[in-house]
Write a protein that binds this ligand. Structure first.
Ligand SMILES: [Zn+2]
Length: 283
C-alpha cells in the first residue's frame, strides 16, 4: 500500500508559539522540527507494520524545511515544495491512504493552539460549500478528490476535534497536546505521543477499508474573508469574484481546479499542466 503523509509544524508536541501581533511565530523551531521528524518516524513505523510498502512524506509547513531528511525513517521518501504553488502536493490516485501529522485548528478556534488558516496574517475565515474549513479540511478534500481516504490525523485536541467534524464517518486521531488557548498548552510527553502514533497508524492502516474518502459534490464554492481589503484585491485581480471589501469567492465543478485558482493558477491550467484526473471508478 502507498501512503501520503502531510506534515505541519504547529501541531507536534512541544512547538512553542506566541503572537507577533496578529499571526504566529514559533520560538523553538529547531526543537519543533526535531519532534515533528520523530513523530513522522513513529507513524512510518506503524504504517510499515500495518502493511505500507511506499510512503511519501510531504513537508507541508511554510517553505518545506521542517523535516531533517538525514533523520527521516529509511522507509519513507520526502517531498518538498519550494513555493511554486503545486496545489496537489504529490497526491494522486496511486495512494491508498492519507495521513496528517502536526496539524492545527483553523483560524478563530478559541482553544486551537497557534490556530490559523494557511496565512496567519492574511486569512480571517474560509468556507467550502458554506462550511467553515481550515487546513485539515482542505487536506482531507485534496485526498478525497483522488478517492484517497484520510485515515489518521495528529495535532492538539482542537485539531483532532476538527478532523472528526470533517470526517464524521471516522478517522483515527492522536492528540499531541491539550490546548487551552492560542498560545497556552500542556504538551503530552513526546515519548507517549510516539507510542500512540505508532499504534494508531498500524491499526488505521490494517482497517483501511473502514475509512472512506468524503463523497464529492458536483460543485465547489470556496469563500475566503481576508484580514484586510488589499489582500482581497490580489485575488480579484486573478479573477475571483469580490463579495465585499475583504471577501472573495471562487466557484467550479472540480475541487482541485478551485483550489488551484486559490493558490494562483488560472482556471483549468493546473489540470492541463499536471494531468490531474481522479479515478472516478475507484471507490
Ligand atoms: Zn498550517
Amino acid at each position: 500500500m502507498k501512503i501520503h503523509i502531510m506534515t505541519d509544524l504547529e501541531g507536534p508536541s512541544g512547538t512553542n508559539g506566541r503572537s507577533d501581533g496578529i499571526g504566529n511565530k514559533t520560538v523553538n523551531i529547531p526543537i519543533a522540527c526535531q519532534v515533528l521528524t520523530e513523530e513522522v518516524n513513529a507513524c512510518v513505523e506503524g504504517l510499515l507494520a500495518g502493511g505500507a510498502k511506499h510512503i511519501v512524506v510531504w513537508d507541508g509547513h511554510g517553505g518545506s524545511n521542517s523535516i531533517d531528511i538525514t533523520k527521516l525513517h529509511p522507509g519513507a521518501e520526502l517531498g518538498t515544495i519550494g513555493g511554486d504553488l503545486y496545489p496537489v502536493t504529490f497526491l494522486d490516485a496511486s495512494y491508498d491512504a492519507a495521513v496528517q501529522l502536526g496539524a492545527h485548528a483553523m483560524q478563530g478556534v478559541a482553544d486551537g493552539y497557534m490556530n490559523h488558516t494557511f496565512n496567519s496574517h492574511g486569512v480571517a475565515n474560509m468556507w467550502l460549500n458554506g462550511e467553515r474549513i481550515g487546513e485539515i479540511g482542505i487536506g482531507i478534500w485534496k485526498a478525497a478528490y483522488f478517492r484517497v481516504p484520510t485515515i489518521l490525523v495528529s495535532g492538539d485536541d482542537a485539531a483532532c476535534r476538527e478532523a472528526h467534524a470533517c470526517l464524521p464517518d471516522g478517522v483515527a486521531t492522536v492528540s499531541t497536546k491539550r490546548s487551552i488557548s492560542r498560545y497556552t498548552v500542556i504538551n503530552r510527553n513526546p515519548v507517549a505521543v510516539r507510542t500512540d502514533l505508532r499504534t494508531a497508524a498500524e491499526q488505521a492502516l490494517r482497517n483501511v477499508a473502514n475509512y472512506k474518502p468524503k463523497p464529492m459534490p458536483d460543485k465547489f464554492e470556496l469563500t475566503v474573508q481576508m484580514m484586510c481589503p488589499n489582500l482581497a484585491d490580489n485575488w480579484e485581480k486573478r479573477g475571483a469574484e469580490r463579495l465585499d471589501h475583504a471577501t472573495i469567492r471562487i466557484c467550479g465543478t472540480d475541487f482541485v481546479d478551485v483550489w488551484s485558482q486559490y493558490t494562483g493558477w488560472a482556471p483549468g491550467v493546473h489540470n492541463r499542466k499536471f494531468s490531474v484526473t481522479p479515478d472516478l471508478n475507484r471507490r
